[in-house]
Design a protein around this ligand. Structure first.
Ligand SMILES: Nc1ncnc2c1ncn2[C@@H]1O[C@H](COP(=O)(O)OP(=O)(O)OP(=O)(O)O)[C@@H](O)[C@H]1O
Ligand SMILES: [Mg+2]
Length: 511
């Protein structure tokens, strides 16, 4: 089975000011799951865009051999025709269209220009079943979370004739259960002879599914590891990625917990779109100065909705309850008021809500706090640049300059810019929603270090995360949410993967 389906030879790709890929080589065997790993900005997504024709032949150097021939893909359709289907890191679904419409967008099942809806719906249902989704084909994309959207993307890929499936961080927004389902699906596809290339920062997943692992660093190929001839540990992969051994995944934390900062009382919220459905029920939570508090839960538990409804009522309606800061009720009814009250919210959905993609790093960094870089209402561009440079260094944002547009940053670096933006508002309580999604191990460590520093400065951190090890590694206390309710509160000593899962299961049984 050592048939080579794909060989990329000496690929070099340059953008103005950056050499994103420098003589990269990749060899993929037919029928295998090939993992592509590397730090943020290493060039993984770029390499896959070269392969799929997003960057057409002629815009890069080197050769692509696929299925025995040299290929020059001029467009994405050229590569799709040969069964190469890519699911991009940032999802590309149309929010206001239904699942079925999205899956068959540009590929409609129509006779004489009339779409056959019964057939479209039936086929969609079939595809959804393959990825484990039970939602109706007519559900609009806005009504499902980013996790489910990822599964819809995969269902969409399956609607085409796929031989080589490329998944750029498919599980970044999925919780463990859903990730497992997706990985099992990939292994199932492998049995059927499909080849896939998967990019991920979740090394446990890579170890689980990969036959081979190619490591990129700074736009060059470091090595390809064969998981069948040797035992590959996560530490071994990390070493290849960062070029040295990394001892700890979490920086040491010596919490100094002080006065009460944030209190949310009897928070009840109705669904944004289904207006008669209550979504959050009597949520009560607190965050003290110097404290890192986690919220665990499965996809759809209501964690993001809790954060967003608190932060300027950016989600939900018929919101009742109280928010207090340092014991005093505060008005958080709009985003500016919530910021004024000392809150900041780093969104999980950075593309839609976190960044102005066409703007550069500087403008994105200062966006939520322009007054601090302005004099008499005029923006001081030098000061702005200083601020942005400061965060670029502190968070190690990888870009050729602070004037690079956000749209051209790698996914992980975009996330760091979102974080800079909210740090610059100097909040008392920082709410982080999946702050390390799509972020490499080294940068994760840096983000945890920043969280610790903020806590040490007396700020409160409320962190939503689907990665339980991350919650356990960083939090002083963990709330567990399920079905719109807080179902457990676990101090550090009692929080474990088991106790969190048990709390979720038990609350599910009660209803
Ligand atoms: N269109 C572009 N214009 C300019 N620079 C770009 C463009 N696309 C990517 N880059 C740069 O190329 C480098 C590689 O980016 P790429 O997106 O391939 O990284 P990645 O390995 O996928 O990272 P991540 O894990 O964060 O997604 C980065 O330095 C990035 O800023
Ligand atoms: Mg990428």
């Amino acid at each position: 089975m050592d048939n080579i389906i794909l060989e990329m030879r000496s690929i070099t790709k340059t953008f103005p000011g950056v050499k994103a890929l420098d003589n990269v080589n990749l060899k993929v065997r037919e029928g295998e799951i090939h993992a592509l790993v590397g730090e943020n900005g290493a060039g993984k997504s770029t390499l896959m865009k070269v392969l799929s024709g997003v960057y057409p032949a002629g815009t890069y150097e080197g050769e692509i051999h696929y299925d025995g021939e040299v290929r020059h893909f001029g467009t994405i359709s050229d590569s799709e025709e040969l069964g190469i289907i890519i699911i991009h890191q940032e999802l590309a679904l149309v929010p206001l269209l239904s699942i079925a419409e999205n899956i068959f967008l540009g590929n409609e099942m129509a006779v004489n220009g009339v779409i056959n809806w019964p057939q479209t719906f039936a086929k969609t249902k079939e595809l959804l079943a393959k990825v484990g989704l039970k939602d109706s084909p007519s559900t609009r994309i806005t009504d499902i979370g980013v996790g489910k959207q990822q599964l819809v993307e995969i269902a969409k890929a399956l609607s085409k004739k796929v031989r080589l499936l490329i998944l750029d961080e498919p599980t970044a927004s999925l919780n463990e259960t859903d990730s497992d389902a997706l990985l099992n699906l990939l292994m199932e596809f492998r049995k059927q002879g499909m080849t896939s290339i998967i990019i991920s920062h979740k090394l446990n997943e890579i170890r689980k599914v990969a036959d081979q692992i190619t490591i990129l660093r700074d736009g060059t190929t470091v090595e390809t590891l064969d998981c069948h001839t040797q035992e590959i540990s996560e530490d071994r992969i990390i070493k290849g990625m960062v070029g040295r051994d990394m001892e700890d995944r979490y920086p040491p934390r010596a919490p100094k917990i002080g006065d009460m900062l944030l209190e949310v009382k009897n928070w009840n919220v109705f669904h944004q779109n289904h207006r008669d459905r209550q979504f959050l029920h009597d949520v009560n939570l607190t965050v003290r100065a110097g404290e890192v508090v986690g919220i665990a839960g499965l996809m759809g538990a209501g964690r993001t909705e809790t954060a967003m409804s608190i932060f300027g009522r950016s989600w939900g309606h018929k919101i009742t309850g109280e928010v207090l800061m340092r014991g005093k009720p505060v008005d958080v009814s709009t985003i500016p008021r919530a910021i004024e009250a000392g809150l900041a919210y780093v969104t999980e959905d950075r593309k839609q809500l976190g960044l102005v993609l066409q703007n550069n790093i500087v403008k994105n960094t200062t966006l939520a706090n322009l007054s601090d870089v302005s004099k008499s209402g005029v923006i001081d561009e030098r000061k702005e640049a200083q601020v942005a440079s400061g965060y670029r260094n502190k968070l190690r944002i990888r870009s050729h300059s602070i004037y690079q547009e956000a749209v051209n940053l790698s996914g992980g670096n975009q996330q760091k810019v979102v974080l800079s933006k909210w740090l610059f508002t100097n909040p008392d309580v920082l709410i982080l929603d999946e702050p390390t999604r799509g972020i490499d191990v080294g940068a994760k460590f840096e983000i945890y270090t920043i969280i610790n520093q903020l806590a040490a400065e007396g700020k409160g951190i409320l962190m939503i995360s689907s990665e339980m090890p991350e919650l356990l590694g960083t939090c002083d206390r963990v709330y567990v949410m399920n079905e719109g309710r807080i179902v457990a509160e676990l101090p550090k000593g009692e929080a474990s993967q088991e106790s969190i899962m048990r709390a979720i299961m038990r609350s599910g049984e009660k209803r």
